[in-house]
Design a protein around this ligand. Structure first.
Ligand code: PHE
Length: 346
């Protein structure tokens, strides 16, 4: 009866050699149906058991079990191989190339208005000035009365205004902070600056805007003179524009200072020859200043016979324009990235 045993062995070898042609999931499934089901060639052999002598039956069963185990083992190994290959393929397909450059986020820049404002503040803080703030919506009393501009004074017209109601307006300058600072100090010496927004019913053009920034400055003490004012402003202007730019002090009029000056710097557009930006004058005005008017000192509780002081108001945009050669103030407000990108703190 050894015939049947060698047949088992033959079939087993044949099945295992067929395994080499299994290359993918589909052929693996086909193979499984063909050789591992009850109807498989190997399982069919089981029916031969009835023809065997009793003493051979157990041996045949064992032989069949071994053959099936061998086929099964080969199948499991193959299934594992195919599965591993599939996973490897999938991983390859889904790989992320981490060497690719990332997205580049545009960082823009800092508006030159703030670059200049910060630099002016730093300059005065380094000289010992305090930094104050005041309200954008101001009373007629602080904006005009305390600045020696009573009702019906023609100087009110110089600063045509946005009124909220007959006694409240958007402040036309940062000068009311002079009065607020003096009130706070209660008659003692002081040095302060106050940056802030101002509003005027100006027609907008290349050097004017209905909203703009100023930095107010005020020094009050004993023996303060025009020489102190000039020295301070010259130091500040040289720091902002360097040694080469031409600076001009020009007599002027403000109701709250006496004497009053305006300070001009040579035009960034034409370098002083005269052009539409500077209206043909060759200069751009950047600040108004003067010795604090005795009436303003008196109203703020300082005796003008004992105390004197100087004050100034710098136009922030004007300084930015002169500093960076910006020919139109409106560019500062438009938020065009091509403009803003050119500025950074570096
Ligand atoms: N407040 C004035 C203006 O806005 C500027 C100024 C400030 C002049 C302080 C003199 C002293 O035009």
């Amino acid at each position: 009866m050894s015939e049947i045993f060698s047949k088992v062995s033959q079939i087993k070898d044949k099945i295992i050699s067929e395994m080499s042609s299994v290359k993918d999931e589909a052929s693996l499934k086909e193979f499984q149906e063909k050789h591992l089901s009850k109807k498989s060639e190997l399982s069919q052999l089981m029916s031969e058991i009835k023809n065997l002598a009793n003493e051979e039956k157990a041996k045949f069963g064992q032989c069949m079990n071994e053959a099936r185990a061998a086929v099964n083992e080969a199948f499991q190994k193959k299934a594992q191989e195919i599965n591993d290959a599939l996973i490897a393929q999938k991983l390859k397909r889904e790989t992320i190339d981490i060497t690719l450059p990332g997205y580049n986020y545009k960082m823009g820049g800092i508006n030159p208005f703030y670059l200049v404002q910060d630099e002016i503040i730093d300059t005065f803080v380094s000289m010992g000035y305090e930094v104050k703030e005041g309200p954008d919506v101001e009373s007629d009393y602080y904006n005009f009365e305390r600045m020696n501009i009573p009702a019906n004074h023609p100087a009110r017209e110089m600063q045509d205004s946005f009124y909220i109601n007959p006694t409240t307006l958007l402040r036309t300058h940062t000068s009311p902070e002079q009065a607020r600072a003096m009130d706070e100090k209660g008659g003692k010496p002081l040095m302060m600056i106050c940056p802030g927004k101002c509003f005027r019913r100006d027609d907008d053009d290349v050097t004017h805007s209905h909203q703009f920034g100023q930095i107010e400055g005020l020094v009050v003490g004993k023996g303060i003179t025009l020489a102190n004012l000039k020295g301070t402003l010259e130091l500040f202007i040289r720091k902002m524009f360097g040694e080469k730019r031409e600076v001009r002090f020009r007599g002027s009029y403000f109701p709250f200072t006496e004497p009053s000056v305006e300070v001009d710097v040579t035009c960034m557009n034409c370098g002083g020859k005269g052009c539409p930006t500077c209206k043909g004058t060759g200069y751009i005005e950047i600040l108004g200043a003067g010795m604090v008017h005795p009436n303003v000192l008196k109203m703020s509780g300082y005796d003008p016979k004992v105390y004197s002081g100087f004050a100034f108001g710098v136009g922030i945009e004007r300084v930015a324009m002169l500093r960076y050669g910006i020919d139109d103030i409106r560019k500062i407000y438009q938020g065009d990235v091509r403009f803003i990108e050119q500025f950074s703190r570096k």
